[in-house]
Design a protein around this ligand. Structure first.
Ligand code: TEU
Ligand code: CA
Length: 558
């Protein structure tokens, strides 16, 4: 397999609004990030993925961009941005920016022109349609509840918005629009950034004729007509020829609804499209047929099935990205581990479980502290447009039960990931001297950066160790994955194979002690314990086959 720096890297994601406020206005900013670069660097990460910092009216916290070439006032200036790039580069870190080009803000000048008249030169930068029999052009719902169409009086037509109505979808069929996007990308790359995380990039090509689903006229999820659409590979290959292939850079495409077959094209090893994509399949194992808010308990067997499928199907064909949380997902320790009694051990177990797989691992800010989900009493305290729209539709418009909906927000809401980073025991967790834009998780007195930095057995230092191992052992990056103990109800174990080495990764996903059936085909006399989350594991022999609650161990066989 070809070696590449982006396969060997570890990425740290920053959601700037919630990371660190430098001037007391309650909103995280670029200067705040700069002040914490050493903290990130010391973890050992190579790349930072920065969620959007471009000019934006913040309907969706920066994922609605009104000017791709300037910086949001709350976050700072272009000078701050240049300083961030050079401060990162001087520390040997690379910067991956967020590229949000499935849609723009409705306050982008392209859209303000576009809505003026049907013959405006920018009209075709967006997707406009006349209504059908007094209704929307089709029955698609948006990701953020309600119709995906918004009527505009000015020209008596509707525009498509797969997300909020302030996020009109760009029309990728238009070659002029595509060229504008490529020029903008080059502008940033020439400035010195090192890559792009591409927001919902697999939604950019919509099916011809924009047909309603079979459920029509009732509103319905139209994913089959815009996820992995007819010309998406053509556009990405064009983008690759025009932009990506000209730079030594890293790309990851966020791709809801992509199968491993799709991924084998998007992230093919020939490098004609992207380096890797973000799959959502493992993020769906706790959703019922009703979608995200139809919460159900997840099963370890489902996690094994999904993760293994991506490991096997992409092997020697494409490259995986590895993540268990981000700014759109609940905190991983609350979702897949135990955020009470076993918070620290289970956070370490999940980290090991993920980082030992084949792919590029992503750490989401606060993960290294073991930050947890939050429960606000009042719906007013939630700031996320997805949560607000969903609550309005379900509770206010359709009379669903308030408590039940709040419960689903506690489990799945995106604001779980967006509470301010807990830096210290100071007021507002040391995030701001002012009033934070969203409430701080009340558990900050116990969970914070000051604490992990002063405790050599902390989650932070565990990540440091994990990342260091990745730099020492090629097998962790390149080894082939194989699932073992497939039917075990509590243990998720797998091996990695590389040249004549083998790695054995054992994870107890339960809060009970379990007997570990040691694989007979491995000669444990030659094994070396590389990392584990219980001190005792180092002292006791391998033949002590009991795994403690959420215990993880990684053995190397030579
Ligand atoms: O997310 C797209 C996406 O498919 C989901 O993660 C979605 O945000 C939501 O969680 C569905 O339940 C990307 C960004 O990561 C997200 O923050 C933006 O809101 C969205 O695109 C629109 O730009
Ligand atoms: Ca600020």
């Amino acid at each position: 397999m070809e070696k590449n720096w982006w396969k060997e890297s570890v990425v740290y994601q920053i959601y700037p609004r919630s990371f660190k406020d430098s001037n007391g206005d309650g909103i995280g900013d670029i200067k705040g990030i700069i002040s914490k670069l050493d903290y990130i660097k010391n973890l050992g990460v190579d790349v930072i993925w920065l969620s959007p910092v471009y000019k934006s009216p913040n309907d969706d916290n920066g994922y609605d961009i009104s000017d791709y070439k300037s910086i949001m006032d709350e976050f700072g200036t272009m000078e701050d941005m240049d300083e961030l790039i050079s401060e990162m580069h001087s520390r040997g870190m690379k910067l991956m920016m967020d590229l949000v080009v499935n849609h723009s803000s409705d306050e982008h000048h392209w859209f303000m022109e576009s809505r003026k008249s049907k013959d405006n030169p920018y009209r075709d930068y967006y997707i406009w349609k006349p209504g059908k029999d007094g209704n929307e052009p089709n029955n698609w719902t948006s990701f953020f509840s309600g119709s995906a169409w918004q009527y505009d009086e000015e020209t008596d037509e509707y525009y498509l918005h797969l997300f909020s109505k302030k996020q009109p979808d760009l029309n990728w069929e238009n070659p002029r629009l595509r060229k504008e996007v490529y020029d903008m990308m080059k502008w940033w790359l020439d400035k010195g950034i090192d890559g792009f995380r591409m927001d919902v990039i697999n939604l950019i090509s919509k099916a011809d004729g924009l047909p309603s689903t079979s459920k029509g006229p009732a509103y319905d999820w139209g994913g089959e007509f815009f996820m992995n659409g007819p010309r998406v590979h053509q556009y990405l290959q064009e983008m690759n020829r025009e932009v990506l292939s000209k730079y030594d850079m890293m790309t990851v495409g966020e791709s809801p609804g992509a199968s491993t077959e799709d991924a084998a094209k998007y992230a093919n090893l020939d490098g004609t499209e992207l380096n890797m994509i973000f799959t959502f399949e493992h993020m769906d194992i706790d959703s019922g047929p009703g979608g995200k808010w139809d919460v159900k308990a997840w099963e370890l067997s489902d996690l094994k099935e999904v993760m293994s499928k991506w490991q096997y199907d992409l092997h020697d064909k494409a490259w995986n990205s590895l993540y268990l949380n981000n700014h759109d997902q609940p905190r991983m320790v609350s979702r897949f581990g135990n955020d009470k009694e076993y918070r620290v051990v289970s956070a370490k177990m999940l980290a090991t479980f993920l980082h030992m797989m084949q792919g590029t691992p992503y750490i989401y800010q606060g993960e290294e502290l073991g930050m947890t989900n939050v429960q606000f009493d009042s719906i007013e305290d939630y700031k996320d447009i997805e949560i607000q729209n969903m609550y309005r539709e379900k509770v206010i418009e359709n009379g669903e039960d308030h408590d039940k909906v709040m419960e689903s927000i506690y489990i799945k809401g995106r604001d779980n990931a967006r509470t301010p980073i807990q830096w210290s025991t100071d007021e507002n967790a040391g995030f701001t001297t002012g009033t934070p834009w969203i409430k701080v998780n009340p558990n900050y007195k116990e969970i914070n950066a000051e604490q992990v930095l002063s405790d050599s057995d902390s989650i932070y230092y565990y990540y440091q160790k994990l990342i260091k191992l990745r730099k020492e052992y090629e097998i962790i990056v390149y080894g082939k994955y194989d699932l073992i103990l497939e039917d075990h109800p509590q243990i998720y174990a797998y091996t990695r194979t590389w040249k004549d080495e083998k790695l054995l990764v054992i994870n107890n996903f339960s809060s009970e002690e379990v007997i570990l059936p040691l694989p007979a085909n491995l000669d444990f006399h030659t094994a070396e314990l590389l990392i584990g989350n219980y001190e005792e594991a180092y002292a006791t022999s391998l033949y002590d086959e009991k795994l403690k609650p959420f215990e993880t161990r990684v053995y190397l066989f030579k």
